[in-house]
Design a protein around this ligand. Structure first.
Ligand code: ATP
Length: 367
């Protein structure tokens, strides 16, 4: 089956600077939500704007439901209004002089939809976004979260084949943001909408995405399920960006299939998963999530002793700074009891599946 969105070798170069998008390829199958995740300036908005037709790509191709909408090489550039897309942006973009219902029914006016059918669809979509009781309110008398629901309803009401969302939650306060984030996934799944969503917030990406594409410097480094991105990051940047903030430098001394033995200096050795092609003698950096350091346990192939340097009790969890092989690492202990005082030597266990070895290409490789 043809994917709803196919992006092939997309590139976009502005008049100045390096390419904003540099050979990006991915597909979004029908009904799937793909999230483009990356730090500011990595090219995710430019990618989305190329799909929308708001930006003219320099190279590559974009097809929507099997129809080529952009190909500089073949002289194809379909204008935005002919791409049958819905768009929701950071700014609420609602008509301030209209009511909620008027805002939501507006797109149907230009689509020759019978009045009865239009009214039915507006009711349906207002119900979906939880705004039925606000239907006749002026849109300016709504909260930010409610306004963004109006913007979403307005994009869903004409049932576009693809919905594009660019950081739609970033103007909301923290609490609303979490609520709308969870609701958004439910709403999108209920409608079966195919969506491309852009954010720099990894928590948002994980909750919303069926698949996540991690971008950096205009390139798509990895695209996969949230589980794959979190448990098998392809490189140190993806590992770091998704929260594996600890690193241990060492030398790979032995390879046994998917795992290898790393020497961390002074003969201290541990096992790590090899997520890149590596061989004995290679300098590596082993990335580790704070939540994957089991403090207080000493089992498995990576059982060591670490010194507790600092701890921050957070009620439902405790964050420890520990010293291991001369490195300062962060470890997370779940539960309401902080069991290890500052200054003690504590046993730690690092499961080899959660220690990921990558080629050490110097600090610039992940900053
Ligand atoms: P953010 O989260 O900050 O919006 P982003 O990942 O969406 O970042 P883009 O907005 O796609 O990044 O920008 C990618 C790169 O392209 C950046 O280096 C940016 O400075 C550059 N860029 C974007 N728009 C233009 C433009 N109109 N002219 C020149 N350079 C641009």
């Amino acid at each position: 089956m043809t994917a709803t969105l196919e992006v092939t070798a997309l590139s976009k170069r502005f008049a100045i600077g390096r390419p904003a998008v540099d050979g990006v390829s991915f597909a979004v199958p029908r009904g799937e939500i793909v999230v483009l995740l990356g730090p500011s300036g990595c090219g995710k908005t430019t990618t989305l704007r190329c799909v929308a037709g708001l930006e003219h790509p320099t190279g590559g191709e974009i097809s929507i439901s099997g129809k080529l909408v952009s190909s500089p090489a073949r002289g194809v550039l379909v204008p935005p209004r002919a791409r049958d897309l819905g768009m929701v942006f950071q700014s609420y973009a609602v008509w301030p002089h209209m009511t909620v219902r008027q805002n939501v029914s507006y797109p149907l006016k230009h689509r020759k939809i019978a009045r009865n059918e239009a009214s039915h669809r507006v009711d349906e979509v207002l119900e979906l976004v939880g705004l039925t009781e606000y239907a006749d309110r002026p849109v300016v008398a709504l909260s930010g979260g409610q306004m963004q629901r109006v913007a979403l309803a307005r994009s869903l009401v004409y049932r576009p084949q693809l919905l594009l969302l660019d950081e739609p939650l970033s103007n909301l306060d923290a609490k609303l943001r979490l609520r709308l984030r969870d609701d958004l996934r439910v709403i999108l799944k209920q409608t079966g909408m195919t969506a491309l969503y852009v954010t720099h917030d990894q928590a948002e990406a994980v909750v919303l995405g069926d698949r996540i594409g991690v971008m950096r410097d205009g390139r798509l480094l990895q695209i996969g399920t949230p589980h794959a991105i979190y448990n098998r990051p392809v490189d140190l940047f993806v590992a770091n960006f998704t929260g594996a903030t600890n690193e241990l430098a060492g030398t790979l001394v032995e390879c046994n299939g998917a795992f290898g033995v790393v020497d961390f200096g002074d003969g201290r050795r541990g096992e790590a998963a090899l997520l890149q092609p590596l061989g004995p003698g290679d300098k590596v950096r082993v990335a580790l999530r704070p939540e994957n350091i089991a403090i207080g346990r000493q089992d498995g192939s990576n059982a060591f002793t670490a010194k507790v340097i600092d701890r921050r009790y957070q009620g439902t969890q405790t964050v420890y700074d520990i010293e291991l092989f001369g490195n300062r690492l962060e470890a997370l202990e779940l539960g309401t009891a902080a069991r290890h005082p500052v200054g003690v030597e504590a046993p730690v266990s690092l499961s080899r599946e959660a220690c990921w070895a990558y080629r050490d290409t110097g600090p610039s490789s992940y900053e």
